[in-house]
Design a protein around this ligand. Sequence first.
Ligand SMILES: Nc1nc2c(c(=O)[nH]1)N[C@H]1C(S)=C(S)[C@@H](COP(=O)(O)O)O[C@H]1N2
Ligand SMILES: [Mo]
Length: 437
Amino acid sequence: MSPANSPDLSNESQYDRTRLREWARGRARSAGVDRRDLLRLFAAGTAAGALGLGSAGTAEATAGTTTITPADPRPAASPPGILKPLPPELFTIRGTNAETNFAALHGTGQLTPLDRFFVRNHTSTPRLDPRSWQLKVWGDALSRGPVEFSYDQLRALPAIERTLFIECAGNGRSFYTTQQGQQVTGTAWTLGAIGTAHWRGARLSDVLRRAGATRDAVDVLPRGLDDEVVTNGVNLGHVRRPLPVSKALDDVILAYEMNGEPLPPDHGGPVRVVVPDWIGISSIKWVGDIEVSGQPLYTPWNTDLYRLFGPDQPPQGSAPLTRQTLKSAFELELGATVPAHRTRLLTGRSWSGAAPVHRVEVSTDGGARWQRARLHDVPRRGAWVRWSLPWTPRTAGATALLARATDATGRTQPATAALNTQGYLFDAVVRHPVTVV
Ligand SMILES: Nc1nc2c(c(=O)[nH]1)N[C@H]1C(S)=C(S)[C@@H](COP(=O)(O)O)O[C@H]1N2
Ligand SMILES: [Mo]
């Protein structure tokens, strides 16, 4: 596996170039998607994607429903298939998903309490029994044929623990519309499709080695045990997205604990994949099997979905998205009313998929002047930092609060995010509306 002279497939541009070359040579396999659909995808002129997943009406995006919906056409307002309580002070329901209200993080620690961690479900949360759960590792890049791991066997492997955020690639998507006047498809998240947890689990690399993964392995494909996803009459099968073997062997966790508790059902219990720094879809919940392939794999989740499509992108879209971008959020309702002449502590969080957060600046006058916020956590890769700044509003009326992070690579949140049709990776500084009274 990953011989020294092979390309580094955790580097996204190399990843995609290698994939496209292999695809052109006919070496890629479609992992359950009709090969003709994928060939159409790679033909010019299908910017919205061959399966039409990116072409849903914009009304959907503003109504807060997802482009991919379960077969069951429940109205968006009815409770989704999530098991934990979703009180309105903690969550905003969006289709089958629950967004964390950022204001509900005020006063909580660096870890997002389980009762307020966002849930992003393509269909609904399955109830799985750890006693009968098994992880099957299979594929043409294993030396001895399929290998199964029980829950207890997985727990008996050396454990690793890390504090990491999981964030949906579409987090912040609604601001393409409300702040930039652009129409995009997908769940209209504000900034609460992120949570940070302390994860404990086995290393995926240990599991792959024990299963006898060979040097021929190229892609690793974890698949969820939740229902198959049906969209626009097309059955996309179970949620699954290939990981390049270099990332799979690097730092990926098969997590069975979250914040010291057995992994809750809504977050993938009994076992989920946790892929540090990468977009949320990489972290497959309710993992039931992992294919280890000597050929690159394609699924809807690395072809039509989770690439950038748009005028500035090639017809087949950008490289499959990997690392998360840079964002900041206030722990305050959007449109909050605040009393004048009283000092309050503005609090919030910033995070980056590329490096530790280095600096956070806040503007309380709509962006004219900026002050440095105080950081309350030691900035670390893969985790967010809490910050604060005292503010005494002086003038009554509507204004905007802005927070702008810079990470250790030197990248600062821009004023405008680059448009893409599915509204991924929003990274611009959000103008947080408040009214001083
Ligand atoms: N099996 C499965 N895994 C999944 C999903 C899903 O619907 N099914 N959603 C993905 C997406 S898009 C995100 S953002 C994260 C959300 O994780 P959470 O619900 O624990 O917050 O899980 C990912 N893993
Ligand atoms: Mo996501």
